[in-house]
Ligand binder design. Structure first.
Ligand SMILES: Nc1nc2c(c(=O)[nH]1)N[C@H]1C(S)=C(S)[C@@H](COP(=O)(O)OP(=O)(O)OC[C@H]3O[C@@H](n4cnc5c(N)ncnc54)[C@H](O)[C@@H]3O)O[C@H]1N2
Ligand code: MOO
Length: 417
């Protein structure tokens, strides 16, 4: 049986980068940038006032008590103009009239006279004014040509704000990987709204996979449930291929039982197997292959935590590589709960995290780690990863932690009482 690193390497050798597509900026949050973006303009776009007050020409500091004749008034949105004198009323955001270079806030002035229409005619400074004070200069936030987004970046709302300010209304993003899900098992009751028939269970892997894959940025094409016969499975795979799937995920029937037909069926279909069985817990019987028609198939064990681990530690790195994203950097935490992992296996454990008073991150591996248990997964905020050679992990040893899904940071809970 191969180890995790070998399995991942085989998988990543199969990566085919996703094509790019153009996306409206309004729809871009959560998408992955397909290329670097450079600023087409300066930000701010012109020198403008940071305060409501008066714009003045100050080659050197203007003294407190100095008096200035006011002509004109500028508001945000007014076009460029030349100054009509030594001082002009100005509002926050208004372009500085040519020839004026400093702004005094209105509360730091005293109005001495007004024009006939009530607008300011003469003011006195109550404080000294330094040259350039209260002016936001063109390009001081972003100079034209500055890189503002790198290829492979996941766009968040802050990126949307920046790109919108730069007037970028469309952006090239990586096309969402298209995924088809096929759950196998005659125990799965198709209609979740009906009371369970004897021997049947509700399908939890299907809805989990739809939610997790969508949260990971994938487009879920279909989520089918089939029984334990090769014919229905093959039919569902055909549907997945016809729908244009880049990846197919099936669950169940990959282990040693008499009804575990998936490995032999994929063989019969001529699928090129990358691996079947990885030295991990949970999820050891995981099978990965390339279907003759093109897409990769992850044939996951049916056990719920085997599915969750396969998504997090195999599918997620694959999706990142397809999107041109670098491998994730894990966090590290102090282990509060000693562990005795089985030698030779990489363990993926459900855990909660908290920070101590010194800001150090701590991990508590949840007590019930059997792979059929779903409740501890729902309580967990992170995965703890213990590598194959971890031996006994004493309390206070440092362990690797990652969020429950890629692109989603681990959840940090309040410290336990
Ligand atoms: N003799 C051996 N038996 C088993 C071995 C082994 O090495 N030798 N490995 C065990 C391990 S580890 C795992 S994991 C499971 C994997 O089995 P399968 O991939 O064949 O999966 P199934 O038997 O179809 O299902 C396992 C389990 O999960 C439940 N299940 C299946 N699909 C769903 C679903 N969509 N939603 C919720 N639950 C589902 C299913 O009812 C079973 O309880 O094999 C061990 N056995
Ligand atoms: O690999 Mo299985 O999920 O341990 O039961």
């Amino acid at each position: 049986m191969i180890d995790y690193a070998q399995a991942l390497q085989r998988l990543l050798q199969q990566v085919m980068p996703q094509a790019a597509e153009s996306c409206l900026l309004a729809d871009a949050a959560g998408r992955i940038s397909a290329g670097a973006v450079h600023s087409p303009i300066a930000l701010p776009t012109f020198d403008h006032a940071a305060m409501d007050g008066y714009a003045l020409a100050a080659d050197e500091p203007l003294l407190a008590g100095s008096e200035h004749a006011v002509s004109g008034s500028r508001a945000a949105g007014d076009g460029a103009c030349a100054s009509g004198g030594e001082c002009c009323e100005i509002m926050t955001g208004a372009q500085l009239p040519a020839g004026l270079n400093s702004v005094v806030a209105v509360e730091n002035t005293h109005m001495l006279e007004t024009h006939a229409d009530g607008t300011p005619a003469r003011i006195r400074l109550l404080q000294a004014l330094a040259p350039g004070q209260n002016v936001r200069y063109a390009g001081s936030d972003v100079a034209p040509g500055t890189p503002v987004l790198s290829a492979g970046a996941r766009l968040d709302s802050a990126d949307v704000m920046l790109l919108a300010a730069l007037g970028i209304g469309r952006i090239d993003v990586v096309r969402r990987p298209r995924v088809a899900i096929v759950g196998t098992g005659k125990e799965l009751q198709a209609d979740a709204t009906q009371p369970l028939v004897s021997g049947r269970i509700h399908n939890s892997n299907g809805p989990y996979l739809v939610a997790a894959l969508r949260a990971a940025g994938a487009h879920v094409l279909l989520c089918e449930t089939v029984d334990d016969t090769p014919a229905t499975y093959i039919d569902a795979l055909r549907q997945a291929v016809d729908a244009g799937a880049d990846l197919v995920i099936s669950t169940g029937a990959v282990s040693m039982g008499r009804h575990d037909f998936v490995p032999a069926t994929l063989d019969r279909l001529g699928a090129q197997q990358l691996f079947h069985g990885v030295a991990i817990r949970p999820g050891k019987p995981l099978l990965c292959a390339r279907l003759v028609a093109g897409p990769l198939i992850f044939a996951m064990p049916g056990t719920p935590m085997a599915v969750a681990a396969a998504i997090r530690f195999f599918v997620s790195p694959m999706l990142r590589a397809m999107a041109g994203q670098a491998a994730e950097l894990p966090l590290h935490a102090v282990l509060d709960t000693p562990q005795q992992p089985k030698p030779g296996l990489r363990h993926f454990l459900r855990a909660t995290l908290h920070q101590d008073r010194d800001g150090r991150l701590h991990a508590r591996v949840l007590a019930q780690q059997q792979p059929f248990r779903i409740r501890p997964f729902a309580e967990a905020g992170a995965w703890v990863v213990l590598p194959e050679g971890a031996a006994d992990c004493a309390r206070d040893s440092m362990v690797e932690v990652v969020g429950l899904l890629h692109g989603h940071p681990p959840r940090i809970d309040p410290p336990p009482p």
